[in-house]
Design a protein around this ligand. Sequence first.
Ligand code: SAM
Length: 317
Amino acid sequence: MNVDYLRISVTDRCNLRCIYCRPLGGRDFIEHKEILRFEEIHRIVKLFVECGIKKVRLTGGEPLVRRNIVHLIRELAGIEGIEELALTTNGVLLEPVAAELKAAGLKQVNVSVDSAERESYKQITGFDFLSRVRRGIYKAIEVGLAPVKVNSVIIRGINDSQIPALAQMSIHLPVIVRFIEYCPTSKYTKPTSDYVASAEVREIIERKFGPLSDVLVGGTNGPALYFRIRNSAGSIGFISGRSSTFCQSCNRLRLTSDGKVKPCLYSAHNYDIKKLIRAGADDRQVRDFLKKILTQKSNFTKLNSPAEEFSMQNIGG
Ligand code: SAM
């Protein structure tokens, strides 16, 4: 598999407290001086692009809470060789900055929404922000941050009743609603094991809306298979990190907010690039380090040194 996709967590801070990610009472924040600075992120991305990375996604924590994020996006968009620059956000702060993000060179957004109903959204995230998030999605569509993808993590007994309403968003809006299998991450998050497998989510959708048809969607990851409810404006996708193993087709590396490159979300293994650059390594030394990571990534599977627990907000999901 050609490894050409880098996800960057630009901050571990977030303005929501999702029960499955960073509930209230969870861990402390990483010290500011340990978080990668913009110029460090820019340098790492530029060198990664020279080594074959073509697609970059900013995530978090919540990337839109990082001050001057639009500036970072503009700087990254100027790096020759990046074919796709995208952002994953909870959408709370999206509406007022969507046009500016687009003008800065952002191509696409994913917006996390785990419920289409106000009370259960509040129960999951800790905040009454669903209408703000909806407005953010409409604005992203309007300014052309396309395709807008809606990410929903489904947890049994928490929001599985929301599956039809979430899927229904794809009927009226030109969005791709993607159902993600919940993955337990640490002792702070709950519940620990109640994920709903993609096959079951699909059955629930088909019971309500009839058989889904296949849709091929192009992109820098190659064509991805999505599904469509009859006569809908958008489509539906499934991310099955628990019920299937897709290591052979995994093309992504992750850069954590405190400067570690991770070959696999599920593994404790990482490469400390911040240590290298803060020790004064020149571009050739950093490039050699990145090439080594890219080579090792190709042989990596999630069974290599699995992490006992991990922090989604530091890694970026
Ligand atoms: N704040 C942004 C957001 O809400 O999308 C970006 C960070 S969030 C960590 C990135 C993605 O990770 C989101 O789609 C989120 O739903 C997903 N995620 C977080 N914790 C998860 C878990 N325990 N299992 C599965 N997905 C998870």
